[in-house]
Design a protein around this ligand. Structure first.
Ligand code: PFF
Length: 452
């Protein structure tokens, strides 16, 4: 299939819409749910520092490369990589970036939908007032009750997957643009409100110290790999999601500032979410390493302490669900776009992708109850998928993308697409792609494997 100038899937209305959509993809459960809990599990500050370094040295440069490839190819990541690998005379295995991405997408969507289902449950619980005057133990019990009920989890997972499928089937533009435009600013507003509340709690300074004092004692090889993996996960990199969105980006827009804006917003949301969650953790004597339930056991406590907390809490969980929704769309998009290029209708493609991910998601549902003892290398089904995708497949995909753009594309053809006007900025970026990003990923992998 030959791509015309805009590709068969259309183009975003403007550069600004791309920023919104890419931010919608990047800001999601990874920032509000996952970042605080893995930071807690990995001992705080030093982990945050490694994460920030990974965002700067690998995340942002790779994000620019991924968008560039998408816009140059104007097709699904699978076909884009097929065409560009041929054009740039790169070894055939670079085509595998697209395939590996589509597989990662299935894996991630399957568990992402289950966790997003939890946020839907919390919307209902908030509205019904079940969290009014809740204690830390009470919040823990409500969360524990949810996890132990596979049927309820399946129902919530199903609702979220259907919500995702309906928007994707309508086409990303109609479905996504309007939603993201109104919801993202509201989410930011809500986080600022909660940050204001957390400033009044006695645990705030402890939370700030926990996140920003760099105590390297806690840092292990495994936590460094996790920080790297999370920097890819949170920016939606290494699996083609941002490449697919890049394929719909207007040709004239410059990549540099656009991507910096997305990376900055994403990091800001994660840090603010971390401050909020850990203020509540320390104020209430909770355990920072409580795991995936951390957000769900802490935030209801904040809402029960706020005047009108029932309604603020309801609105907040609706917004988190929407943030998850806009991310889920981008997780499915690479596979759906590929099937459409194969001649499937968008509806059928969506049904197949979401249906398959739904079935796989049942494994995650069961891993919290019936299968909680079934482990592979000490990890449950959910932990294994999460580890395999975020800590291995995404960094590997990102490294290959950096190598492809850094080494197989000429400086001229790279900047013909990137349109970075400042030559120094362009040179720094290209240097990062050639050397820093691939070596950072490689070093961290080897460190994680305990090679050094
Ligand atoms: N970036 C999303 C988040 O932080 O929740 C998750 C995600 C979206 C991961 C898209 C990967 C992806 F391709």
């Amino acid at each position: 299939m030959k791509a015309d100038k805009t590709g068969m899937h259309g183009v975003w209305a403007s550069r600004w819409t791309f920023i919104l959509a890419a931010t919608g993809s990047a800001v999601g459960l990874g920032n509000i749910w996952k970042f605080p809990y893995i930071t807690g599990e990995n001992g705080g500050g030093a982990f945050v520092l490694v994460y920030l370094i990974c965002i700067l040295t690998a995340g942002i440069p790779v994000m620019m490369a991924e968008v560039l490839l998408g816009r140059k190819g104007r097709m699904s990541p699978i076909n884009t990589m097929k065409e560009l690998a041929g054009q740039e005379k790169a070894p055939q295995f670079f085509q595998g970036i697209g395939w590996m991405g589509a597989i990662s997408g299935f894996f991630i969507l399957s568990f992402y939908s289950v966790i997003a289902g939890w946020t839907l449950y919390y919307v209902v619980k908030m509205i019904s007032g079940d969290f009014s005057n809740v204690t830390a133990d009470g919040a823990g019990e409500i969360f524990g009750g949810l996890l132990s009920d596979p049927l309820l989890l399946t129902l919530l997972h199903t609702i979220f997957m259907v919500m995702t499928g309906v928007v994707i089937a309508r086409g990303v533009h109609k479905g996504l643009e309007d939603g993201v435009r109104t919801m993202m600013p509201l989410l930011f507003l809500m986080l600022i409100l909660l940050l204001g509340y957390s400033l009044t709690t006695s645990g705030f300074s402890q939370a700030a110290a926990f996140l920003f004092s760099f105590d390297f004692e806690h840092l292990t090889g495994a936590s460094v790999v996790e920080a790297l993996g999370h920097s890819f996960f949170t920016l939606s990199l290494g699996m083609g999601a941002i490449m697919a969105y890049g394929a719909y980006m207007p040709k004239q827009a410059s990549l540099g500032k656009t991507i910096l804006a997305v990376g900055f917003l994403d990091t800001l949301v994660a840090l603010v979410a971390g401050l909020i969650v850990f203020s509540i953790v320390f104020t209430n004597g909770l355990e920072p390493g409580a795991g995936p339930g951390l957000m769900f056991q802490t935030l209801p406590l904040a809402f029960s302490a706020l005047p009108g907390g029932q309604w603020i809490g309801t609105a907040f969980f609706i917004l988190v669900a929407i943030a998850a929704w806009s991310s889920a769309l981008s997780i499915a998009e690479p596979a759906v776009a590929w099937a459409v290029e194969k001649g499937w209708s968008r509806g059928m493609a969506t049904f197949a992708v979401c249906g398959f991910a739904w079935v796989l998601g049942l494994g995650t549902v069961l891993s919290f109850n019936e299968w909680s003892d079934v482990t592979l290398w000490g990890k449950t089904f959910f932990d294994s998928l999460d580890f395999l995708t975020a800590n291995i497949m995404l960094p590997l995909g990102g490294m290959l993308i950096a190598i492809f753009v850094g080494w197989f594309m000429t400086a001229e053809s790279t900047n013909a697409e990137a349109r970075i006007k400042n030559p120094t900025v362009f040179a720094i970026w290209r240097f990062m792609l050639k050397f820093v990003s691939p070596l950072a990923v490689l070093a961290i992998f080897l460190h994680g494997l305990k090679v050094f």
